[in-house]
Design a protein around this ligand. Structure first.
Ligand code: 4NP
Length: 246
């Protein structure tokens, strides 16, 4: 009899040929000298911030279960995670802008939206006051509390949007490292995309870090995010035509 624990059937660990150790941020290397990114086990906020677990689901009742096999009886919200370095400026703003767009389209129940950072330096703190003020002037409220990205994000989110190229590299490096310790989806790296790849009105390829700059930097971040979020929502709706029709 074949063993139920046949390890040869387990998914293989994905290879990331495009990740080079020399591309690691010196800033992150200084913060995490043992090559130890913040782990979700160390995050005391992981339970508070686990929005996925509270996300709306359709309960399958016995009468529904008797419908034909081809009927779509569960409806999982589409989930989007925005990621930057500190999770206090760009990704909280992206979360706020996208949440506002989704709300205006009456689609809140169809989405789970969150943000995270590649470092845990600001964990537990609110978004930067300059980012919150700039967003508020455009009618966007930022409520998020900073938290680092964690392994379960790669299981739970459909799309992970990096604000700049270094963020993307750091996210993929964390995925590679965490995949050695636990089972994560083999194709999770495909979920990681650059935010500006959705921009239609701007040529920028990255959302620049505004932290050490002046007020204009925060306005530029919002201009890029508004452009990217509009096209991101249209893309998701087009590629998942059940979202707006049900
Ligand atoms: P964010 O901006 O990545 O857009 O949240 C930053 C926030 C904090 C730091 C750098 C960038 N920091 O060096 O602490």
């Amino acid at each position: 009899m074949m063993s139920l624990l046949n390890t040869s059937s387990l998914p293989t660990i994905p290879k990331f040929p495009y990740i080079h150790s020399h591309t690691k941020s010196p800033f992150l290397a200084a913060l995490f000298p043992q090559n130890s990114y913040p782990s979700f086990q160390s995050s005391n906020l992981s339970h508070q911030r686990s929005k996925i677990k509270q996300s709306p689901i359709t309960i399958i009742t016995s009468s529904m279960a008797s419908t034909t096999q081809t009927d779509k009886i569960t409806e999982k919200p589409f989930s989007v995670l925005f990621v930057c370095l500190g999770n206090i400026c760009r990704s909280p703003a992206a979360e706020g802008v996208f949440t506002d767009l989704v709300k205006k389209r009456n689609l809140s129940s169809k989405f789970v939206i969150d943000s995270a950072g590649t470092i845990n330096y600001h964990e537990g703190g609110p978004a930067d006051s300059r980012m919150r003020a700039a967003s508020k002037r455009r009618g966007i409220e930022i409520k998020s509390i900073s938290r680092p990205i964690r392994p379960s994000d790669f299981r739970e989110f459909d799309l992970i949007l990096a604000m700049d190229k270094q963020n993307k590299e750091d996210i993929l490096a964390a995925l590679e490292r965490w995949s050695l310790k636990e089972t994560l989806p083999a194709d999770a790296y495909k979920k990681v995309k650059l935010m500006c790849s959705y921009c239609k009105k701007h040529d920028a390829t990255e959302v620049p870090d505004p932290y050490y700059g002046g007020p204009q930097g925060f306005e530029q971040v919002l201009d890029l995010l508004e452009d990217a979020c509009e096209s991101l929502l249209e893309t998701i709706l087009t590629e998942n035509n059940g979202i707006s029709n049900s």
